[in-house]
Design a protein around this ligand. Structure first.
Ligand SMILES: Cc1cc2nc3c(=O)[nH]c(=O)nc-3n(C[C@H](O)[C@H](O)[C@H](O)COP(=O)(O)O)c2cc1C
Length: 198
């Protein structure tokens, strides 16, 4: 990960392989143009029939306060399901997560009545998310996608002003980090089959 004064740019393969899910962030602000560069990278993701199904909702600084009600509503809902009340700790944790990185981006999608188009749009959103994560890694920034219970029309929907046709896909935490990471993957051969003969 880069130090706060550096602005590196690695090649794509290095960024893909060094990107890790980062959970601990410094609160150093990220310049708006840098975030815009990452959104632009996301926007270049493949999307069938150029539906541009993604919508990016960017929360920084005090703007992150807007997320607290959504995240806490999900905590209350989970407790209610268990027939209990949420603890103060759970509600505090939900609030703290909303301020845990200097930038939080929620990606929502425009759905489609056609099931296949809808699936394609959802898949395209994840292509966009991966583009953003990899571009962030290329620039020395930490990130991770999160699809917790609050990433739901019922909770974060009202905060984003989503219409019925739209739905939240994922939240992305983004910022500088000094977290030590460990890469874990099985060898790709384990999951690959080659067909070279008729
Ligand atoms: C669709 C998707 C949803 C994810 N949701 C969460 C999440 O809700 N919480 C979380 O901590 N990590 C989440 N992650 C991050 C993964 O846990 C992480 O990528 C995985 O542990 C591998 O670590 P690495 O990305 O550092 O290689 C999600 C990743 C994907 C692709």
């Amino acid at each position: 990960m880069a130090t706060e004064t550096e602005r590196p740019l690695t090649d794509a393969l290095t960024a893909i392989k060094t990107r890790r899910a980062i959970k601990e962030y410094l609160q150093t602000e990220i310049p708006r143009e840098w975030i815009e560069e990452l959104l632009d990278a996301a926007h270049w993701a493949p999307n069938h029939k150029l539906t541009h199904p993604w919508r990016f909702h960017v929360f920084t600084g005090a703007g992150r306060e807007r997320l607290v009600s959504a995240r806490q509503a999900a905590v209350r809902w989970a407790a209610e399901k268990k027939g209990t009340q949420p603890s103060e700790d759970e509600l505090r944790f939900a609030r703290e997560k909303c301020f845990s990185s200097p930038v939080i981006i929620i990606v929502s999608m425009v759905g489609d009545e056609n099931k296949i188009t809808d699936q394609e749009n959802y898949a395209a959103c994840w292509c966009a998310i991966e583009n953003l994560l990899v571009a962030a890694a290329a620039r020395g920034l930490g990130s991770y996608p999160s699809t917790g219970a609050w990433i739901d029309q019922n909770f974060v929907g009202p905060v984003l002003g989503l219409t019925e046709k739209e739905r939240p896909v994922s939240c992305i935490f983004l910022g500088y980090s000094e977290q030590k990471t460990m890469a874990k993957r099985l060898p790709v051969e384990k999951h690959t089959t080659w067909y070279t003969e008729s």
